[in-house]
Design a protein around this ligand. Structure first.
Ligand code: ATP
Length: 269
């Protein structure tokens, strides 16, 4: 397990608030992600995890508070500016393009590899052809990295859910991120597929990418995360070592209810 406490902070969320009408989806949250770590973001349904990911990536802007990434303020930036700083994400529901091959899907994420302008692409000049070759090679390399290169020419929608999620990760790697946000990367997977994603996440971390992942499977959180933040009703419930967080009585109560609730429900049967 990585000694995360000694790593510098890469992402700092300070007293962030995001309201939707009368609901504070994120209600004054402070959280920290250290460089080079796999950081789990956990909490019951509706705790505000996806809203936080949307705030970090600029799809939403906070009503209050600050978000710092490598010393830069993100809270007023547009999604493309934030992507340019080295933050990319995957979504809770797979968002691949229909009718595109696996390789083409990954090529769409490699926008930083493109050097030729629209004019040379339109005229099919050598610079545009070299550009295309470079992007294709980079995408193929990323597919190898997620062990999906054998599917390069297949239509993405014909693949299993687990395989499609790996392709989404490859696409997100296309812009060489420093911070990769994974929103429930193992949703709908069996144990073997989920463990394979955990191992992939460790490989990416060991290659220097910091990972923030929303995960509901506590076994995976304790096995693969170096640290975690637990949210409930938009607020911080616990932060730190995954085992201690999950053992925290407040976290247990948020997930499973109070002990006497269980007794009370039993007595009603
Ligand atoms: N765009 C929106 N408009 C209105 N309310 C929203 C919006 N997005 C989220 N919410 C509300 O904010 C709260 C937090 O939702 P969010 O999706 O962030 O939780 P979550 O922890 O990701 O949940 P889950 O684990 O079920 O995905 C919920 O009450 C949700 O209904």
């Amino acid at each position: 397990m990585l000694e995360v406490a000694s790593q510098p902070l890469l992402l700092e969320v300070n007293s962030v608030v995001k309201r939707f009408g009368g609901v504070a989806a994120v209600g004054g949250l402070t959280a920290h992600v250290r460089q080079g770590s796999v950081h789990g973001l956990i909490g019951p349904n509706g705790a505000g995890k996806t809203t936080l990911i949307n705030l970090i990536t600029g799809l939403l802007h906070p009503d209050e508070g600050q978000i710092h990434f490598a010393g830069r303020h993100l809270e007023k930036m547009k999604p493309q500016q934030i992507a340019g700083l080295g933050i990319t994400r995957t979504y809770q529901n797979v968002r691949l393009f229909s009718g595109m091959s696996v390789l083409e899907q990954v090529m769409t994420g490699c926008f930083l590899e493109r050097k030729a302008g629209l004019f040379s692409s339109f005229l099919g000049l050598p610079s545009a052809r070299n550009d295309w070759k470079r992007v294709r090679e980079h995408a193929m390399h990323l597919l190898k990295r997620v062990a999906m290169d054998h599917t390069a020419d297949e239509l993405a929608e014909t693949l299993s859910y687990g395989e499609q999620r790996r392709i989404e990760i490859a696409r997100a790697l296309g812009s060489n991120p420093r911070l990769l946000l994974l929103d429930e990367p193992t949703a709908g997977m069996n144990h073997a597929e989920a463990t394979a994603v955990g191992l992939l996440v460790h490989e990416l971390r060991d290659a220097g990418i910091t990972i923030l992942m929303v995960e509901h499977n506590m076994g995976l959180v304790t096995e693969f995360c170096d640290s975690c933040t637990v949210m409930n009703f938009g607020q911080l419930l616990a932060e730190g070592d995954p085992r201690s967080c999950i053992a925290n009585p407040d976290v247990q109560e948020a997930y499973f209810g109070r002990k006497n609730d269980a007794e009370r429900i039993k007595s009603l049967r």
